[in-house]
Ligand binder design. Structure first.
Ligand code: FO1
Length: 319
């Protein structure tokens, strides 16, 4: 187990879930808080869906479908098949066992639970000991600006498969949304803050857009370490490189470092991008080159250890 005291990690979906799993493998439950993007949340078929929270919870419980990247391994589609026969909406697949999570979350929210409370309940029931918290309990929604106009996030991401040209994204509700209580507590006592290799535009920026979060990170005494989601000019998974191309931003780790700018003190980039290290350092941060691809459980733990060691070294230099 790593000696780090309190670690706060900011995570989105797939990339977030993988590093979250690594951090959970090397840190005791009391030493880690995972704060997860909720700007992808929406109501579908009457159910409250929190895709990124579920990706992180399923990854921590070792129940995730690692091939598909979302949902539960070995799940089936009887409900969606039956719904298709009835002419219902099946563009967003709520698979059979995954449905149980959405049903329970929706029931509890209708009974008055906050998203934080219901997340804790589901985590407990899945046997997840590490703290997983939504970024906020307030409603925040990503709205994507595209060549086809403004699109609700899941319409852009799933229904239209990120095909429309991406111009930008706004986070409705974020400017007035307070971070969740667990997020505030973790910001106040963190010794290290880790930004997971999630999509910066879609998964991390909504977290940074909440009241006070960006300012807190910019003045944080705890080192902020980020893992680049780009490897060798491409995104490990998902539409990030395509979106960067459409915004005329080169798909490099250097571009991602410029995007987060002064907020990050330490960058972990992949060996494939070692040529970019000097340019990233010239932005005023430290860089370490390592393997950032996470295929095996060992990859996840090693990357988590690398991030924590980096944070500890930077904290020593600052003191
Ligand atoms: N992603 C898809 O590409 N297609 C789906 O049908 C789909 C269903 C789905 C259901 C529950 C859930 O928690 C996630 C789901 N996702 C699906 C993934 C998800 O929409 C995105 O990966 C995230 O919102 C982006 O992080």
């Amino acid at each position: 187990m790593n000696a780090a005291r309190q670690v706060l990690a900011l995570a989105g979906g797939v990339g977030g879930g993988k590093l979250a799993r690594g951090l959970a493998a090397v840190l005791l439950p009391d030493n880690l808080t995972l704060v997860v993007n909720t700007a992808d949340d929406f109501v579908h078929l009457g159910l409250h869906i929190s895709p990124d929270i579920d990706s992180v919870l399923y990854a921590l419980a070792d129940l995730n479908d690692s091939v598909q990247g979302w949902g539960l391994a070995g799940d089936t589609d009887h409900v969606m098949d039956a719904l298709a026969r009835l002419g219902g909406d099946t563009w967003f697949k709520l698979r059979d066992r995954d449905l149980a999570t959405h049903l329970l979350r929706t029931q509890k929210i209708s009974e008055g639970y906050s998203l934080s409370q219901v997340t804790q309940l589901i985590a407990d029931r899945l046997g997840v000991g590490h703290r997983v918290a939504p970024m906020t309990d307030a409603p925040v929604s990503s709205v994507v600006d595209t060549e086809r106009g403004y699109l609700a996030f899941q319409d852009y991401f799933v229904r239209q498969r990120c095909a429309p040209i991406f111009y930008g994204v706004r986070f409705e509700g974020a400017a007035l949304a307070e971070p969740s209580a667990a997020f505030v507590a973790a910001l106040e006592c963190a010794d290290a803050i880790v930004i997971c290799p999630s999509n910066p535009f879609l998964s991390i920026d909504p977290i940074l857009a909440l009241v006070g979060v960006r300012a807190h990170l910019e003045s944080s005494r705890a080192p902020v370490i980020a893992v680049s989601p780009i490897v060798g000019g491409n995104a490990v998974k998902g539409p990030l490189a395509k979106m960067m191309g459409e915004r005329k931003i080169p798909p490099t780790s250097l571009s991602i470092a410029r995007h987060y700018s002064s907020m990050v003190q330490g960058w972990l980039i992949d060996a494939a991008d070692r040529d970019e290290a000097a340019a990233i350092e010239s932005l005023g941060c430290a860089v370490r080159v390592t393997r950032t691809l996470m295929t095996t459980p060992e990859d996840k733990s090693q990357l988590a250890e690398a991030a924590l060691d980096f944070a500890a070294d930077l904290a020593r230099q600052n003191s």
